[in-house]
Design a binder for this molecule. Structure first.
Ligand SMILES: C[S@@+](CC[C@H](N)C(=O)[O-])C[C@H]1O[C@@H](n2cnc3c(N)ncnc32)[C@H](O)[C@@H]1O
Length: 286
């Protein structure tokens, strides 16, 4: 069977899946091509004949994907800013949308002489590792409540040969006291879905990613944001920045929480592939 026909079959199965969110044009085609390339070890040409064994493997992976299983869990890795990150069930899947958060942190940190960066709720180490990779002079710290996440973040750092001090802890809990008042940039992609909204998420998210990675169980999804705004100033340098990733529906509320917390130069910035990710930025209160 030729690759073209096999991909067509894969696309049909994915399109029929109710577990997948069909929000992006050609998403199913992109995913089917990705899985076939994974099975083959390279991108096949559309006219290439696919051996039966590979065809069976591909169709099995398509069936797994059709149940909602995220592609990074199926493949065991994902790409983020040119890095290959190990991805496993139990830990949040790094999203392309966070590229914009990383980019804003990197831009600010490059301007400092001896930059200090903290990535809260680091998950697989996503933003912290991107900073360590692209701003080698930075001292980078990443924390997460989940031991599983920190274990995976450490494995990712080792595999990439990057130095990040990862620690478990509740919000700022895992950070060494000696960096209080010295942090140039805090990044956070928090669990921001309101408790009652979790059931409305697509199956591919709510059935596969742990609930603590999605929601802080607050009524409005702003519990983690409020705690970061309250405790963040004590960790930030005088000119330090807090950068928070959120979704368009919550951007205004996050902004208000930061302004009410005394942060200066608060702005909602829009970016990423689809220009829908919001990163709310603000400088430490005076
Ligand atoms: C949306 S995920 C983001 C992960 C990572 N920053 C990324 O973008 O790939 C949110 C993360 O917050 C962590 N988390 C949830 N509650 C926490 C808490 N109270 N303190 C620290 N981390 C927490 C979860 O374990 C999860 O890894």
């Amino acid at each position: 069977m030729k690759a073209r026909a096999l991909i067509k079959d894969g696309v049909a199965t994915l399109k029929a899946s109710e577990a997948i969110d069909h929000w992006q044009k050609d998403r199913e085609k992109i995913e089917a091509e990705d899985l076939l390339a994974f099975v083959m070890g390279e991108d096949p040409d559309p006219d290439d004949a696919i051996p039966d064994k590979r065809k069976r493997e591909f169709l099995q992976l398509i069936d797994r994907r059709a149940t909602g299983e995220p592609i990074p869990y199926i493949k065991g890795f994902t790409e983020f800013r040119g890095m290959e990150l190990i991805s496993e069930p139990g830990v949040f899947v790094p999203r392309d949308s966070s590229d914009f958060l990383a980019e804003q942190a990197i831009r600010r940190l490059r301007k400092r002489r001896a930059p200090v960066h903290v990535d809260l709720a680091t998950g697989a180490g996503t933003i912290a590792l991107a900073v360590a990779n692209e701003v080698p002079k930075a001292s980078v710290f990443g924390t997460d409540l989940s031991e599983e996440a920190i274990g995976l973040a450490r494995r990712n750092a080792r595999a990439l040969g990057l130095k990040v001090r990862f620690a478990t802890g509740d919000v700022f809990g895992g950070l060494p006291k000696r960096i209080r008042g010295t942090v140039d940039v805090i990044t956070v992609h928090p669990p921001y879905v309101a408790k009652h909204e979790v059931d409305d998420l697509p199956d591919e998210i709510k059935d596969w990613e742990p609930v603590h990675t999605l929601t802080d169980r607050s009524k409005d999804g702003l519990g983690f944001v409020r705690q970061t705004v309250a405790e963040g100033p004590a960790w930030l340098d005088r000119k330090g920045w807090l950068l928070m990733e959120t979704d368009p529906d919550r951007a205004r509320d996050v902004r208000r929480v930061m302004e009410d917390g005394g942060f200066r130069e608060v702005r909602s910035t829009k970016g990423g592939d689809l220009k829908i990710t919001r990163v709310i930025v603000g400088r430490r209160p005076a």
